[in-house]
Design a binder for this molecule. Structure first.
Ligand code: SF4
Length: 666
């Protein structure tokens, strides 16, 4: 069980019921019609799930520091009224909520705000198209005051606290870092002067809200940008901010322009807690740890070991609004765990869409997707236990239908079983565990190693059928494709094919990337053994590294120009960098001539070339396996979802979404 994480904690005058903070996330609902009501409902649901404190997405303290009208703003008195809708809903649900005071500085989207962006120095961010203007003394004074005014408005709107956004490479962080602050006046130069802006903002906010109102400061624990603030300066800054009167420090990791993964699935759980721990050792006020904490048992250990006073979870509260309550009740198996895929949250936001969640598509559709019990309980067959079928079965059963799920393999999961084998994608195991627990709890009958046919389904008296039979891998028409050393990707994932030391993969989409990763990290020693060898100094780091290399050479081949298509923006770069590090070669813009016993003969700008390989793996897409759907037409009401409906890239997001939708339609 867990107990330390559930202990109340005091932040300023505020007592929180437990030590889980929902970290700030921009979810984009503001741009929707009735956006405020949606946000209110979204946060209230998390409050009902017993999270200790919610921090909103950033609210701009002035126009030039924001992201435009479609984001949250707190720079005018007329912004107060709509914010009250949010605080009222959260309080009604017995929760507590803080408003994040935000200024993006050189990260601002000038096209959206309609005004010129500003920053400590006129240096363009690598992730922005516009160069900011250097702030003058008047700008600086006005901006400090705008944080204080924003805090007062937040208080008027009923927020229980404010959080000053000082991390992730936003304005306050830009003042602190020598990379972005080249000033030589009293706001730049040495460390004290670079720290001054953040200190002044904290003091001014404190003075404006009075001595007791909780003020949290989100500081950057680690910038992960070359030549930026040192750890020593970071800890000194923490002390200065404490002295300026803030009530707690929330420690963030990495800037938006950082090239080091901070929240991707490949980042081990809790990898950055040590940073918060260092800050905690430097100050007396409560310190909050964040990044890749997605399980309350893990959070419990962090608190118990005294590494931080609270933990921040953001995406895990998208994946399961009830994570805190379920964990308190000991129902860990029933938690829908965030797998850090970013596919429906961050990737959506970067694409200008609203955030949802791959494993919980209800996010952003709370109103229209409220779970309503079925009017008539029907006997429903779900054929195929991949992500689409699993979600359909879960929702149907939850609504009161009598559900049987058929799977021709000897386990449920479908393509989730492929993904979870890939190094760094082990979190998919959690999704499977969640579905197994849910099917079990809801009494769904699971029939493994059973191929349902149109006749058997009719004979058994099913009233409706959901076909989620997935895909059939495509076999491209390349001469030699029938040779014995040519195998399809599914057989490799299912461990039914032997793979040699030199591999050519025909295809370079998401599946090929996963497969390459799996093949090059098919290690001689497991990560655990490697750690053991290192810890006990049995071998040195170089020798261990050598052991961990499989010595396998992998080529990814593609007709088109791009590798890793179908991977989200926030992860594609990291996946490709990882593959390159492992020596995977990506050969693009080629034509296939022939597969021979020696490998694949390709044509590269008129030149013929042999890519030597003892195994050729075909990962060139798939076609829908929809024959059962057509066979059932006219005899039973039948629904088609997931890969069986539309093949294409391995797309668990769409699969789960369609499962959730059909689950509500019967
Ligand atoms: Fe987590 Fe992926 Fe859901 Fe985002 S989309 S909250 S990363 S599971």
């Amino acid at each position: 069980g867990i107990s330390n994480i559930l202990e109340p904690i005091q932040i300023g005058s505020m007592t929180l019921r437990n030590r889980v903070l929902m970290g700030s996330m921009h979810v984009g609902f503001e741009k929707l019609e009735d956006g405020v009501e949606r946000l209110a409902a979204f946060y209230a649901e998390r409050a009902r799930g017993e999270v200790g404190l919610i921090v909103t997405g950033g609210a701009a303290v002035c126009q030039e520091g924001g992201m435009g009208d479609q984001y949250c703003n707190v720079y005018m008195d007329e912004h107060i009224e709509p914010l009250r809708v949010i605080t009222a809903a959260v309080h009604e649900a017995e929760g507590k909520i803080a408003l994040q005071l935000f200024h993006a500085g050189r990260y601002t989207n000038q096209d959206a705000t309609g005004v010129e962006s500003v920053a400590p120095s006129a240096l363009q961010a690598p992730i922005n198209r516009h160069k900011p203007r250097e702030m003058n003394a008047t700008d600086i004074e006005r901006t400090i005051q705008s944080f204080a005014d924003g805090a007062v408005r937040a208080k008027k709107a009923g927020f229980d606290a404010v959080e000053i956004m000082g991390s992730e490479g936003y304005l306050i962080n830009q003042f602190l870092s020598p990379v972005t602050n080249k000033r030589e006046d009293e706001w730049g130069g040495d460390f004290t002067r670079r720290a001054r802006f953040g200190v002044e903002v904290s003091k001014r906010v404190r003075a404006a809200v009075g001595p007791d109102f909780p003020v949290i400061f989100r500081m950057s624990g680690l910038d992960l940008v070359p030549d930026s603030t040192t750890m020593e300066e970071t800890l000194q800054f923490a002390v200065l901010i404490e002295q300026a009167g803030v009530s707690a420090l929330n420690v963030g990791i990495g800037w938006h322009e950082s090239k080091v993964p901070t929240i991707a699935m490949m980042v081990p759980r809790g990898a950055y807690v040590w940073v918060a721990q260092q800050v905690k050792e430097a100050v007396k006020i409560p310190v909050i740890a964040s990044n890749r904490i997605n399980d309350l048992r893990q959070a419990e250990a962090i608190i118990q070991e005294g590494r931080s006073d609270m933990v921040s979870m953001a995406r895990p509260l998208l994946a399961d609004s009830q994570i805190v309550r379920k964990s308190r009740e000991g129902l860990f198996d029933e938690v829908n765990t965030c797998i850090a895929c970013n596919q429906a949250c961050l990737d959506h936001i970067f694409d200008g869409k609203i955030a949802s969640c791959m494993v919980n598509p209800v996010v952003g559709r709370e109103k229209e997707w409220a779970l309503i019990p079925a009017e008539v309980s029907k006997k429903v067959a779900v054929v195929g236990a991949g992500p689409a079928g699993l979600e359909a079965a879960r929702v149907l059963a939850e609504r009161g239908h009598q559900v049987v799920i058929f799977e021709k393999q000897n386990q449920v999961g479908g393509q989730l079983n492929y993904a979870r084998q890939v190094p760094g994608k082990e979190e998919f195991n959690e999704t499977l565990r969640y579905y197994r627990a849910q099917l079990d709890k809801l009494g769904v009958e699971v029939r493994l190693e059973t191929a349902a046919t149109a006749d058997s389904l009719s004979d058994e008296g099913f009233e409706e059928v959901v076909v989620a039979t997935g895909v059939i891998p495509r076999r491209p028409e390349i001469p030699g494709v029938d040779l014995p050393h040519v195998v399809s990707y599914d057989r490799v994932f299912e461990k039914q094919a032997k793979v040699g030391r030199r591999v050519a993969i025909v295809g370079a989409g998401g599946i090929a990337c996963d497969l390459s990763h799996l093949l090059v990290q098919d290690q001689v020693v497991s990560p655990q053994s490697a750690q053991y060898l290192l810890e006990y100094r049995i071998l040195d780091a170089k020798a261990v590294h050598h052991l961990q290399q499989s010595g396998r050479k992998v080529y990814m081949l593609r007709r088109g120009k791009h590798v890793g298509t179908g991977l989200g923006k926030t992860t594609r770069w990291a996946v490709l960098a990882n593959l390159k590090r492992h020596g995977v070669e990506m050969v693009t813009q080629i034509d296939y001539k022939e597969i021979t016993a020696e490998g694949v003969i390709i044509r590269n700008q008129e030149e013929e070339q042999l890519v030597q390989a003892d195994t050729v793996i075909i990962a060139a897409g798939a076609t829908s396996n929809d024959s059962l759907y057509h066979a059932l037409q006219g005899s039973l009401p039948v629904h088609l979802i997931g890969g069986a409906k539309e093949a294409g890239e391995l797309d668990a997001k769409r699969a789960i979404y369609e499962g959730a939708a059909v689950g509500r339609a019967i």
